[in-house]
Design a binder for this molecule. Structure first.
Ligand code: RP5
Length: 279
């Protein structure tokens, strides 16, 4: 496995190490994992984290079976739904899939439906605001934790990432954007508070930069998992405070936008991007 060289993944490692205590409200406390014992091949014989699977996950499988979003609790009855971008998924002695970023201090699936990879998408939509001349992005306030985030969500069974990007954006903001020609910004692990040793989120983040005219016609409104949605003017502080790994993902999108469009971007936007990237 190679994590170096990818800014989002370096940030993921940072978040895992220094924000290990982050967890969903209903989770038990995470067992503290010393920095030198995070990787699975680091010796840690006494490692015995609490096991947690949310009631909603168990009920989902009981009620919906294979057509729902949750796997059976018995790993023996389950084929892993998704491959990981990090290659072969290691297994524990109990045959449970092991998080490629190492020990999280909690076992089981927590609030995640699938053993192993839980596949998400993150739509990134930007425009230059006609009034202020500054770069704006569609962001939401998450209902579950109140944090500001990209309007992302889980991929449905059998759905392509491209379809899921448009669907999630529409469900959470009521805006429709076609992602067929979007720029792929990032594909990989998200340092999400719901991750466990045996279930984690991997996302596909794609970016569409709208021209100012079209962009001004896209009205957004919070819906579903989003308490609020807005066109938010990007500042270093707004970006830094984003949910999970979204700050690093947004920075990667902005670097890309700058590298491919520098000649067409107004000077104020170039300054804005520069401030955010060096924060
Ligand atoms: C994050 O959680 C992903 O990056 C994505 O934004 C989101 C998916 O989970 P839900 O919004 O469906 O809860 O890790």
């Amino acid at each position: 496995m190679k994590f170096e060289g990818n800014a989002v993944e370096q940030k993921n490692l940072f978040l895992m190490r220094f924000k290990q205590a982050q967890k969903s409200a209903d989770y038990p406390e995470r067992l503290e994992v010393p920095l030198d014992k995070i990787k699975w091949d680091d010796e840690f014989e006494e490692y015995d984290p609490p096991y947690y699977v949310d009631r909603v996950v168990l009920e989902q499988f009981e009620q919906q079976g294979d057509v729902g979003w949750a796997d059976p609790e018995n790993i023996g009855d389950c084929v892993l739904k998704y491959a990981s971008v990090y290659g072969e998924i290691l297994r524990s002695k109990q045959n449970l899939p092991l998080n490629p970023f190492g020990r999280c201090g909690i076992a089981g699936r927590g609030e995640l439906g699938h053993w192993g990879v839980n596949l998400a998408v993150d739509p990134i939509v930007t425009r230059i605001d006609r009034k202020s001349g500054l770069l704006q992005m569609i962001l939401i306030e998450r209902v579950d934790c109140g944090e500001i985030a990209l309007p992302g969500g889980m991929v449905n069974a059998g759905e392509t990432s491209t379809k899921a990007l448009s669907r999630e954006l529409r469900e959470e903001t009521e805006a429709y954007i076609n992602f067929e020609n979007a720029t792929l910004v990032y594909k990989g692990y998200v340092a999400d508070r719901r991750n466990t040793d045996n279930a984690w989120i991997e996302t596909t983040a794609c970016h569409v930069h709208l021209d100012p005219n079209f962009g001004s016609k896209i009205i957004v409104k919070g819906h579903d998992d989003a308490k609020r949605a807005c066109w938010c003017t990007l500042t270093p502080k707004v970006v830094e405070a984003l949910y999970a790994s979204h700050a690093a993902i947004v920075r990667a999108a902005l670097r890309n936008l700058f590298d491919s469009n520098a000649a067409e971007l107004p000077a104020e936007v170039i300054c804005q991007i520069d401030e955010i990237l060096k924060f």
